[in-house]
Design a protein around this ligand. Structure first.
Ligand SMILES: Nc1ncnc2c1ncn2[C@@H]1O[C@H](COP(=O)(O)OP(=O)(O)OP(=O)(O)O)[C@@H](O)[C@H]1O
Ligand SMILES: [Mg+2]
Length: 394
């Protein structure tokens, strides 16, 4: 059990933790989420004293680790940490990395440590890499070795600071699978992550950090489905929705694609689904719609993701004369967009775009509308968008 009372951490220019009070029970799996710079890393680094708290107390299994007389090394042995950047020793092979600390610090005989190390490598699926060096491994493999190395110290608690954020998207899944496996074994874990679907699936408690501490805490369903406080609500809405406005043909296409990629990853979309999302936008949004718009380029793109249906809904709104992209003579782009999507539905909006959206049932093409209309609070409210294309992507 970890008990935290009045934890405060000040830096010269920032006080990310003002007054944190919380108890973490044995077997808890806690996802720590929140905007950048709100003290998530500082929080978990304070727990194993990689950062020295300015004031307050932390008890781990009844031992006050913030007491000056406390043996920090003992605390760190109980509390393993896995970093974003793996921190493996590059001059040692994989098994060497894993047994170094147990042999040096826990004084475990080398043969025994080796055997245990091999067992751990099997549990993370990497026994055949025991003799390889870190540089010969992929990012996902390095991170799995780092997890095995942490486990070799037999910690009661593992702290993860964005364990998958330095990984190539294709490797996120393998590392998450290993962490999921640990969670099911009853280890106490605290995981800082920006991967929201993972945060939701893995945890029994979620801490949303802001305003110098744990701004809201709850079960995954409470935080992700029914957040109570203002900043949590805004954060969760932002996760599930991607919105942007395009006001020039020279808009930042690469930036937008990166935004879509990040949106997809936050929501746990598969890499293929993310490609489909990007491809639909490129073919339908850029090649067809943007090309067809006259001088006045004005386009609004919004994407929602439904976790339960595992479906993204992209809405492209634009002004000007009625234009159904399915009438485009750019057959190739149209085919590519159709291949990447489930459905493409066009409708003409009455000039008051927002009203037309919420009363979509009255517009002529509404019978064809298969998905719910966009929520009324989109920022495009004032702009007279007269065309809407709704695309669903699985
Ligand atoms: N060693 C340091 N010295 C000075 N300021 C620091 C230090 N570490 C963190 N900070 C500041 O404390 C605040 C919280 O930082 P922290 O890294 O904990 O945020 P975070 O929530 O983990 O953000 P991110 O999601 O970007 O990783 C930031 O304003 C940061 O600039
Ligand atoms: Mg951080």
């Amino acid at each position: 059990m970890i008990r935290i009372e009045h934890l405060r951490k000040e830096y010269a220019n920032a006080t990310p933790l003002q007054d944190v009070n919380v108890t973490i029970n044995d077997g808890d799996v806690i996802s720590v989420i929140g905007p950048s710079g709100t003290g998530k890393s500082t929080f978990i680094r304070c727990l194993n004293l990689l950062e020295t708290p300015t004031s307050g107390n932390i008890w781990v299994d009844g031992v006050c680790i913030t007491d000056k007389k406390c043996d920090i090394n003992k605390v760190r042995q109980k509390m393993g940490m896995v970093f974003q950047s793996f921190n493996l020793f590059n001059h040692m092979n994989v098994i060497g990395n894993i047994i170094a600390a147990p042999v040096d610090l826990l004084k475990i005989p080398k043969a025994e440590a080796y055997e245990e190390g091999m067992r751990l490598l099997r549990t993370v699926g990497l026994a055949d890499k025991a003799q390889n060096f870190p540089e010969e491994l992929s990012g996902g493999q390095k991170q799995r070795v780092a997890i095995a190395r942490t486990l070799a110290m037999k910690p009661n608690i593992i702290l993860f600071d964005e364990p998958t954020s330095a990984l190539d998207p294709t490797m996120v899944g393998e590392v998450q699978a290993v962490i999921r496996d640990l969670a099911s074994q009853g280890l106490t874990m605290i995981i800082v992550t920006h991967e929201m679907r993972f945060a939701r699936e893995i945890a029994n408690r979620v801490f949303f950090m802001d305003e110098g501490g744990i701004y809201e805490e709850g079960t995954p369903d409470e935080i992700f489905q029914n957040p109570k406080r203002e900043k949590t609500i805004a954060f969760i809405r932002h996760i599930n929705t991607f919105t942007t406005e395009i006001l020039s043909r020279d808009f930042d296409f690469i930036g937008l694609n990166t935004g879509l990629e990040e949106f997809g990853r936050r929501n746990g979309m598969s890499q293929k689904a993310i490609y489909r999302l990007q491809s639909v936008f490129e073919e339908l949004g850029v090649q067809i719609i943007l090309s067809a718009l006259g001088e006045n380029v004005k386009m609004n793109l919004s994407v929602d993701y439904s976790q339960t249906e595992e479906r993204a809904t992209m809405r492209i709104k634009y002004g000007g004369d009625p234009f159904d992209p399915k009438d485009s003579d750019n057959i190739l782009s149209l085919k590519l967009a159709e291949n990447a999507s489930e459905s493409i539905v066009y409708e003409r909006l009455a000039p008051a775009a927002d009203e037309a959206l919420t009363t979509a049932a009255k517009t002529p093409a509404a019978e064809a509308l298969t998905t719910a209309p966009a929520p009324a609070e989109t920022s495009a409210a004032e702009i007279p968008f007269t065309n809407l294309v709704t695309i669903t992507i699985k």
